[in-house]
Each structure stands twice: as C-alpha cells, then as structure tokens.
Design a protein around this ligand. Sequence first.
Ligand code: NAD
Ligand code: DAU
Length: 344
Amino acid sequence: MKFLVTGGAGFIGANFVNYMVKKYPEDMFINLDKLTYAGNLENCKESENEPNYKFVKGDIADREFIFDLFEKERPDVVVNFAAESHVDRSIEDPEIFVKTNVLGTTTLLDASREFGVTRYHQVSTDEVYGDLPLDRPDLFFTEETPIHTSSPYSSSKAAADLFVKAYHRTYGLPVTISCCSNNYGPYQFPEKLIPLMISRATADEKLPVYGDGANVRDWLYVLDHCKAIDLIIRHGKVGETYNIGGHNERSNLQVVKTVLNAVNKPESLITYVQDRKGHDRRYAIDPAKIENELGWKPEENFDTGIAKTIQWYLDNEDWWKNILSGDYQNYFQKMYVDKGRVEE
Ligand code: NAD
Ligand code: DAU
C-alpha cells in the first residue's frame, strides 16, 4: 500500500511516520509537509534513509500541486495530520487556520475522490466537543457528544470534520475520523504546555500558568495515539468517528508541578498569568468505542509517559534549543512578554 501522510514533519505526524515506516517495510510512506514554523525535518531523521520513505514539500491547500501529486503518486491511503494546531495562535490570527485546516482538508478530499483512494483518515481533536464543567467528573466526550467549539482552532477542525463526513455521505468517499485528547512526547513544539514548561524550568525561567491553573486536560502519550490511528485505518469502520484517550486527566497545575519536581526546580518558578480567551475548562474522553470495537488500549499512563518525555527533552536539548533560538523568540516576546504576561 502507498500512504500519503500530510503534516508528517510535525509532532504527531513525525511520530506516526517513524512508527509506520519501521513497522511496515512493505508499504510506502510519502510525507507531505509545508514545513511551517512547526514542521521540522529533524523529526523524521530516523526514517529519511529508509527505502519505503519519501519527503515532499508542499501545501495541502494548493489545489494544483495536490492534484499533480495525486496523479503522480496515486496513494491508496491518505492520513491528514497537516494543520495549524496551536489554540493561542488561532486567537491572534484565525485566517491561516481556515486556509490550512478547512480549505486544505477539502482540497485533499477532492483529490482523494478524483483519484479513488481506498481510505481517507482525518486526524481530529477532542476540542471539537467544546469543554466539560470541572464539577461533573462523571461526564466524558463520546462520539455522540454534539460539536460545540470554543476557539478559531477548534472551529476550523470541526468544520473540516463536517466536510469529511459530507464527502462520505454525498460521494461515498471511504473516510474515518479520530478525535484524540492532548498528546505529549518527543518532538512536540515548545509552544505547547509540556515542552514549554520543561524547556523554561531547566533554564530557571518563569512558568506562565493561564488563569487559576485548574483547567483539566486528558493526556495521552503520542505513540498510543499513533497506534490507535494505525488500527483505525486497518480495522475501523468506514464513515465512523473514533475517540482516543486514556483517562489520564490532570489539571495544568498538576502537570507543571510534575515537571518541576522531575527536573528538581522550585514551585516558586510558577507565575499565574492572564487567562487564554475562551479557555476550555475540562477535556475528558470516553474511549469505550475504540477499546471495544478495535481492542485498543494505551500502553503508557501519565506517570510512565511523562517520565519518558521529560527524559527525552533532557537528552535532546539541541533539538529544542535550535527552535528556541530561531523565530520562536519573537513569538514568545509577542505572546507573553509584550502582553505583560511574563517579565523577561
Ligand atoms: P504540529 O503543529 O506539531 O504539526 C503540524 C504539521 O503540519 C507541521 O509539520 C506543519 O509544517 C504542517 N503543516 C501546517 N500547515 C500545512 C499545510 N498547509 N500543508 C502541509 N503541511 C502543513 O501539530 P501536531 O500537534 O502534530 O498535530 C497534528 C494533527 O493532530 C493536527 O491535525 C491536530 O489538529 C491534531 N491533534 C493534535 C493533538 C495534540 O495534542 N497535539 C491532539 C489531537 C489532535
Ligand atoms: O485536546 C487536543 C488539543 O490539545 C489539540 O487539538 C491541540 O492541537 C493541542 O495544541 C492541544 O490544545 P490545548 O490548548 O489543550 O494545549 P496547550 O498545550 O496549548 O495548552 C494546554 C493547557 O495548558 C491549556 O489549558 C492552556 C494551558 N497553558 C498553555 C500554555 C501554552 C498554560 O497554562 N500556559 C501556557 O503557556
């Protein structure tokens, strides 16, 4: 089989490519990525010399380029990870989120239809379900939870999902969708909570916690997400959505304190800053469908996964220091220092 994996130079896409290239030497993997600020070919270094791997630079929203690529490569399976993925950036500048996440998805769907792919898989998020109250721990997101988005990011992802479903219903395109909770692990861009806190704590810098730090996320180790997608592509039912999560809910404050404890730094580094606009309170996935229908179970819990992850960042300082020394410096200045959230 020939796979077209989009966004395979980003965090989850690269972990997926590296996992799949090794696991399925008889399949071919084409990694298509625009290499935005979040894309980094270093992330797929372990795959780059493999005979069943190839990288192509390009934009999923560039219709002419995408149709040419499909004509040339004729992929059997498309797995769409490519997206603008950071909520805070979507609040500052929503337009690129519409272009990449919505128009990029419809462009891939059109090409998949035209060239008859046997499976189109859309990598989506639990953020399409909105949020849950903190005082109702009995509530979880199921596949039947209504779409109810909060940020420009989650709205763009939900819009994309609706198009994916429409292409199945209207044109019979063989699609699947997965909605996963917060991922963490190697190669996550250090704008996201866990790598941001690890990199700043090791440098004795202030750790900006939004609002009261009580917001809850349901953390999943990235490889468990990749394995779930592999299962869905091979055994999932066409037209279905599968929620992915491992019941590892933690408040942001708990996560930050876990990081500080692991790197042996004081809690006095924590600084409470202005809250994110429209900040979702709690995400929590009910994974019963993927567990019961496909036999998926996460292999890591938060304690084992976070220990591995922190160790990876400590062992790979060059990877994130290269990022922090580039354009990202301007981002931190604009989003945290200029807004008076953190003093440098
Ligand atoms: P990321 O920001 O680390 O990576 C995104 C990748 O997409 C980058 O390599 C970037 O260069 C590429 N890209 C962006 N725009 C593109 C375009 N127009 N054409 C081609 N490539 C483009 O994101 P991530 O955290 O790895 O997330 C991957 C996917 O998983 C996204 O669709 C996201 O919505 C979804 N998701 C993420 C999480 C999470 O916790 N990170 C959880 C659930 C779902
Ligand atoms: O739930 C899945 C989603 O998880 C994915 O769809 C998104 O692509 C991914 O970015 C992630 O979204 P979040 O907004 O939950 O992740 P983030 O790492 O940005 O923030 C996690 C929590 O930490 C959130 O409640 C905001 C808070 N936070 C974040 C940052 C960057 C802080 O308190 N301080 C910070 O500096």
